[in-house]
Design a protein around this ligand. Structure first.
Ligand code: AMP
Ligand code: ZN
Length: 470
């Protein structure tokens, strides 16, 4: 549980039934930026990111099969294997994107007894009704239902958002518990007062966040799609459960979608590029992070190869420019940066600009612009530039203090090569030198071609040949 001075942050996590796609990087880069912004202001954060491994039905509906069970059947694996594999893939992508690890990654399947207790309490309080298809939350009993999404409640109740469920009193009512249909045994199943079955999707976030961050906490994040359905339902059930008349969570941040040709990217709509696809095409994950940060989180971001190429080129220029300034000072807070700036007015002005940008609803595009400007500004001393880069990167998280140009360009380092390959390259270079001494030009050219195939470039200098990896 966070102490009073620590901000509690809950970020809706992935449903681990397939590989995360490029759109899935956005909510966690947002949450990471928020964490960096709070740290910048000297505020400690405790973050929880849930792993949805049960309860999320296909099409976000209340009926129908569980996404994980469908994936397990498709891939001929157990649900546990599916969950473990895609959780690992998610965490690997997070690390590659330089997203700081959360303090906790609770799995929904580990909290089902607590979810049953939570739903039982709502039942006792008179917020629910039971149908053959499930235990439903009656949204008409939740006075502020839909406020978060600025919903037209009457319209929403009669809207077309959700599937038809026989007996459901209002279309916005949602399942807290989904019992098994007669004759259809689920793979993941728990016994409950409402029969064997599984929890509704929204329950996990209310239950796990309250257990790990306290009944009320500060900030909740997620994609914009959650604002209309998942989050309004989380709020309705949590405020009913707590019954203290207080808002459950103080602040909500929603990232807009990453889109391709203005179409939403959804995991269910066919293969969507993954981070690994970008990397295989020669892009560095930090170039993708830079691309994401180049758009404000509340604006839709159009994914195009041209934009990612531009981000890769910007990253390359940044790293080239920053490499000679290293080592950068270690800075994570505004206070540290201001202390290091001393009374240098030019440096202080840049720090002010960075602080103003992050304080204006996390305006990362402005921080990027300020960073670029500072690197071109002759009024800044080298130590001033060093500090401005370190301060900007404390918020941007682009690894500007350590990222090497050859990493950005996808070039291997000699240190990464196996010893026998290095020995082979050295032998070829020596043989080429001998061929040149013997004026055997055709053999020397042959060897050069062979070295090129190994990505080795040889340059002849007055003190002999030098070679490097391309
Ligand atoms: P899911 O695994 O579908 O539950 O999604 C995990 C998180 O990614 C949620 O916060 C979603 O709102 C978010 N998300 C899904 N697709 C996109 C996208 N194309 N762009 C931005 N965020 C997305
Ligand atoms: Zn959630």
């Amino acid at each position: 549980m966070p102490s009073k001075s620590t901000v509690g942050l809950y970020s809706c996590g992935p449903t681990v039934y397939s590989f995360p796609h490029l759109g899935h990087m956005r909510p966690y880069v947002l949450a990471d930026t928020l964490r960096r912004a709070l740290a910048w202001k000297g505020i400690e954060v405790r973050q929880v990111v849930n792993i949805t491994d049960v309860g999320h039905a296909v099409a976000d509906s209340d009926t129908g099969e569980d996404k994980l069970e469908v994936a397990a059947a498709r891939e001929l694996r157990s649900v546990e294997e599916v969950a473990a594999m895609y959780t690992r893939a998610f965490l690997e992508d997070m690390a590659a994107m330089n997203v700081q690890p959360a303090d906790e990654y609770p799995r929904a399947s580990a909290y089902v007894p607590e979810m049953i207790e939570f739903a039982s309490r709502l039942e006792e309080l008179g917020y629910t009704y039971l149908l053959p298809s499930g235990l439903y939350f009656d949204t008409s009993k939740s006075p502020g239902y839909g406020t978060l999404a600025l919903m037209d409640i009457a319209g929403q109740r009669e809207g077309e958002r959700v599937e038809l469920v026989e007996g459901r009193r209002h279309k916005s009512d949602f399942a807290l518990w989904r019992p098994e249909e007669p004759g259809k045994r689920r793979v993941m199943r728990w016994e409950s007062p409402w029969g064997w079955g599984a929890p509704g999707w929204h329950l996990e976030c209310s239950v796990m966040s309250m257990l790990l961050l306290g009944d009320h906490f500060d900030i909740h994040t997620g994609g914009i799609d959650h604002r209309e359905l998942h989050h309004v339902n989380e709020i309705a059930q949590s405020e009913a459960y707590l019954g203290d008349g207080q808002p459950w969570v103080r602040y909500w941040l929603h990232n807009e979608f990453l889109v391709i040709d203005s179409a939403k990217i959804a995991k269910s709509a066919g293969p969507v590029p993954r981070l690994a696809d970008l990397v295989a095409s020669g892009f560095h994950p930090m170039a993708y992070r830079l691309f994401l940060l180049g758009g404000h989180y509340r604006s839709q971001l159009d994914f195009t190869m041209a934009a990612v190429e531009a981000a890769q080129a910007t990253l390359r220029r940044l790293v080239t420019r920053v490499e000679p300034l290293r080592p950068l000072p270690s800075v994570s807070t505004l206070a540290e940066a201001v202390t290091l700036a001393g009374d240098n007015p030019a440096t202080k002005a840049y720090l002010d600009q960075i602080d103003a940008a992050i304080s204006t609803d996390l305006a990362t595009p402005r921080i990027l612009a300020t960073l670029q400007e500072s690197l071109r500004d002759p009024a800044l001393t080298e130590s001033g530039q060093r500090l401005v880069v370190a301060a900007a990167d404390a918020l941007l998280g682009l690894r500007l203090g350590s990222l090497e140009l050859r990493e950005v360009e996808g070039r291997a380092s000699v240190a990464d090569l196996p010893a026998d390959e290095v020995a082979r390259i050295k032998a070829l270079v020596a043989e080429r030198t001998q061929a040149r001494v013997a004026k055997n030009w055709s053999r020397a050219d042959e060897i050069r071609t062979e070295l090129e195939k190994l990505n080795v470039q040889v340059t002849d200098t007055p003190s002999g040949p030098v070679w490097e990896l391309r």
